[in-house]
Design a protein around this ligand. Structure first.
Ligand SMILES: [Zn+2]
Length: 433
């Protein structure tokens, strides 16, 4: 371990023109230096070094980076070795940091929790596969069938099952020899001091993977055995899984979010599954009330366009309003697919591909959605005309870009037939604009 101060010192000291200059003949060209690229074959130089910016870039093959990046690519070494070599070149003493016993213990615990999470994902998935292929658990069979989840999707998302006995996982996991405290720290089992029980009982389980594909935690939908309705969602919150950080489906969707330049954001895992099954592969799901700045940053790494899916029940409308407000604040471009049903999950389950395409084509810009939905439902929402107006103004108020804000003031003025001056006046009353 090299301490961060040494790393920073090396990065600050190393001069790109000197580091590259040792391997490549560079000639001055204006403020930059130019040479033959060491990463691809060329006869005319397109490899540029910018001492001012501290970077190199090849306009032939696209390779680019800083001093450390050059060392890593040219010498095919890892980051720490590149730092060590540069430290040596610039006579910087490298202080190798000993991992404290506490830090080592925390790392080991983290690694042990990760092993358990990964193992549990496989366990739950196998439980579901067993159920699919045998008549051993007849009572579960109707649900997946009624829910209309295909076998492909079960594998893609590694969907699993927790049985209702309440100790299936406890028993299976104890035979693996993991330490009890570590197992409990994953929140997958709960103890009353004497006995351990499974956290998920009678749930369909959706593993939540990080962008890199590591199992972070689980989302479970309670199976109501009487009517197979979609019970509420439970999340296995623990030191290794914080729901306000992770996004169900982001691992599977990221490539398509990038390709399609947009992301569909749903509230219920099954809504995401139905979108995905109907070729909207750029879909993710975040439960109500927890959309965070960290969630938004993760999605925006791939695309700045987010389409929200909402039913027209009061809870969905309010959640959609809150999501719009948070996303707009982060400068995201937001549309809403607004479906005239209080039961979005069951509605989506019954649709075919063509109707998903239609809904996407008819997605409305967020302002249009808010004006239409809030005025239409104001009585049920307990709002009067002026409080609806204020709710909309509050969203416009958080638009970070002044030009975009102006566009929305003009739009709102047209929609509700109010002079722009009055809208700007209200915005001024709310503080800095
Ligand atoms: Zn090149």
């Amino acid at each position: 371990m090299i301490d961060q101060t040494t790393i920073d010192k090396v990065i600050d000291t190393a001069k790109i023109e000197e580091v590259v200059g040792e391997e490549v003949d560079l000639r001055k060209r204006g403020v930059n230096l130019l040479g033959l690229c060491p990463f691809h074959n060329e006869k005319t130089p397109s490899f540029t070094v910018s001492p001012a910016k501290g970077i190199f870039k090849c306009f032939g093959c696209g390779e680019a980076g800083d001093s450390v990046g050059f060392m890593m690519k040219y010498h095919r070494i890892n980051f720490l070795d590149a730092i060590k070599q540069l430290a040596n070149k610039y006579h910087i003493e490298v202080e190798e940091e000993e991992e404290t016993p506490e830090a080592a213990q925390r790392r080991k615990d983290r690694e042990a929790r990760q092993l358990i999470l990964t193992w549990t994902q496989g366990f739950y998935h196998q439980e579901l596969k067993k159920m699919q292929s045998s008549a051993a658990h007849p009572r579960f069979q109707p649900f997946l069938h009624q829910w209309g989840i295909s076998s492909d999707i079960i594998d893609t998302f590694q969907i699993g099952l927790s049985l209702s006995q309440g100790d299936t996982l406890v028993k299976a996991i104890s035979s693996k020899g993991y330490k009890k405290e570590i197992v409990e720290a994953t929140a997958l089992t709960v103890s009353d001091g004497q006995n351990s029980k499974d956290f998920f009982r009678n749930h369909i389980i959706f593993p939540i993977l990080t962008v890199a594909g590591r199992v972070a935690g689980f989302s479970g939908i309670k199976i109501n055995e009487m009517d197979s309705s979609y019970g509420f969602i439970m999340l296995s919150e623990s030191p290794s899984f914080q729901p306000e950080k992770e996004i169900l489906g982001i691992y599977q969707a990221k490539g398509d979010i990038l390709k399609k330049k947009g992301c569909h954001l749903t509230m219920h895992p099954l809504e995401m599954i139905y979108l995905y099954q109907n070729q909207l592969y750029n879909s993710v799901s975040i439960p109500r009330n927890i959309l965070s700045g960290q969630h938004i940053k993760q999605i925006v790494r791939f695309s700045n366009n987010i389409t929200l899916w909402s039913g027209d029940d009061i809870a969905s409308i309010m959640e959609t309003y809150n999501r719009i407000s948070k996303l707009i604040h982060e400068g995201v471009s937001v549309k809403v697919v607004d479906i005239n049903t209080p039961h979005l999950v069951s509605y989506l389950q019954e649709q075919r591909i063509s109707s998903f395409e239609e809904h996407v084509a008819q997605a409305k810009d967020w302002l249009f959605y808010l004006v239409k939905t809030l005025y239409k439902n104001k009585d049920t929402l307990g709002l009067d005309n002026s409080s609806v107006f204020m709710k909309i103004i509050q969203v416009i108020h958080v638009i970070p870009d002044a030009i975009v804000k102006g566009v929305y003031v003009t739009e709102l003025s047209k929609h509700i037939n109010l002079p722009e001056d009055m809208i700007w006046g209200e915005l001024q009353n709310m503080g800095t604009i």
